[in-house]
Design a protein around this ligand. Structure first.
Ligand code: CMX
Length: 425
């Protein structure tokens, strides 16, 4: 048995028991109220979801299992997956065991390549990626075990099997989508000695002789892995998973949410916006030119991509991590310099608009320019990298939800007329 499974077997049943007792004892306790504004405002701030893998306090940003993301940016994504699931970082032996387990599951079924090859050439890379996950559903060990008949207490262990199978394969699938759409269409074989993120970079086939791109990729995969339970992709995934749909369905569905321009697709929108400013002003714009361009964007009714957040009210610490990486690895890059300058200008502009609750940059504002620097210039593709990372968090959340025995998600909806009646409007 893998060390990860052994560890989870030691801790998850006791945690599940503790939470069952807690919910039973305090089940009637009131912890909040719901306003009409919240019901009509995307349910912001309503406390109704349980997520133990990470939390996002509005004034701090991502905290994974009690540790701020800024303190663990040097960790590998595999270590973060272990941390998300168990609450502690793996020791060297545990990490090596997880990495070798993943290596043994890397082979992607031929039909995945065939389906990617058959899809229209202009399919969005996110469509190719999510379709690949969905068609692999027939491999689900959870679905098979469920139809054979298993105990509820065993659900998480089969979901862990699916998670490891999927995590092992997504770098190859994502890399092939890149090569198919933007390179020579030939697959590059996995490197059996490289860590998960470095292997992904190698299979993309872009220049990385100094290994800096792999470091940036690992930073990105670590930082984007999880963002508590209420963001669109995680919430959508947990709702799907609550029906006991297996992890292939759950991930594919959740990541379809990530493909939206207000969520994961903002990475692509963001770089597009940066490049537009550079094109308009013939290089890195001045602060005055950027201010004007920001106002032009706002006055034309568009959002400034990469700025604002549904929850955060400070600069996203993940934005800061990428900005620091840019200052370290590519300070002379004109696209990076523009991103850095935009950070000086946009918050000041957005602060003057009272309806905007958060004028500060989110993670998407600084990540794309790093990919661009390393020759990954096709920004349509950036959400796929986001997805590869988010597979870690959604998988961890689904395994834990199964271990806790979380029930079917089913909040109450009402017709708008009933909301009006409720408040005498
Ligand atoms: N540019 C212009 N207007 C903005 C804005 C921005 N960057 N951020 C918020 N606003 C506007 C909203 O569109 C909204 O306007 P309306 O009332 O006219 O609809 C108003 O300010 C209030 O919004 P908010 O409460 O501050 O923010 P929301 O929780 O509604 O939305 C988000 C959050 C991220 C969708 C929004 O800030 C936005 O569209 N940002 C740009 C896109 C982006 O960067 N998305 C990536 C988010 C990170 C992720 O989840 O992946």
């Amino acid at each position: 048995m893998s060390l990860l499974k052994e560890k989870l077997q030691q801790i998850l049943p006791a945690q599940a028991e503790d939470l069952k007792n807690f919910a039973k004892e305090y089940g009637e306790k009131v912890i909040g109220e719901v306003t009409i504004g919240q019901a009509f405002g995307g349910m912001r701030g309503i406390k109704g979801l349980v997520c133990d893998t990470s939390e996002v306090p509005a004034d701090k940003g991502l905290i994974i299992r009690g540790t701020p993301i800024s303190e663990i940016t040097d960790k590998l994504p595999e270590e973060i997956f272990w941390l998300l699931l168990t609450g502690t970082l793996p020791n060297a032996e545990e990490l090596a065991d997880l990495q070798s387990d993943l290596k043994s599951r890397e082979d992607v079924p031929q039909y995945v390549w065939d389906v990617i090859d058959t899809m229209p050439a202009d399919s969005h890379p996110m469509t190719l990626f999510n379709t690949s996950l969905l068609i692999m559903q027939r491999e689900s060990k959870f679905a098979k075990a469920y139809s054979d008949g298993i105990k509820k207490s065993e659900y998480w262990a089969y979901t862990l099997e699916d998670a490891l199978d999927i995590i092992a394969k997504v770098p190859s699938i994502a890399a092939y989508i890149y090569r198919k759409k933007y390179a020579d269409g030939k697959r590059i074989a996995t490197d059996k000695t490289a860590d998960w993120g470095t292997n992904y970079v190698k299979m993309l086939g872009l220049e990385d002789s100094k290994g800096d791109f792999s470091k940036v990729m690992n930073l990105y995969l670590t930082c984007l892995s999880d963002h508590e339970g209420g963001n669109v992709s995680s919430f959508a995934a947990s709702t799907i998973g609550s029906a006991l749909s297996d992890l292939y369905y759950t991930l594919s569905g959740g990541l379809n949410g990530l493909a939206g321009p207000l969520h994961g697709l903002a990475v692509q929108e963001c770089l597009k916006w940066i490049l537009e400013t550079m094109e308009k002003f013939g290089g890195t714009p001045s602060l005055e030119e950027l201010e004007k361009f920001t106002w032009d964007t706002l006055n034309s009714g568009q959002v400034v991509p990469g700025y604002g957040h549904a929850v955060l009210r400070v600069t996203d610490p993940r934005f800061t991590a990428f900005l620091e990486a840019g200052r370290k690895y590519c300070p002379e890059d004109p696209v990076f310099q523009t991103v850095d300058k935009v950070f000086e200008v946009v918050p000041k502009v957005l602060q003057t608009i009272s309806k905007i609750n958060n004028p500060w940059p989110n993670v998407d504002a600084s990540s794309g320019c790093l990919f661009y620097h390393y020759g990954l210039k096709e920004f349509d593709y950036y959400t796929v990298i986001f997805s590869v990372s988010r597979v870690l968090g959604i998988s961890a959340q689904t395994i834990i939800n199964r271990a806790y025995g979380m029930p079917l998600t089913r909040p109450k909806s009402m017709p708008s007329a009933k909301f009006k009646k409720e408040v005498g409007a």
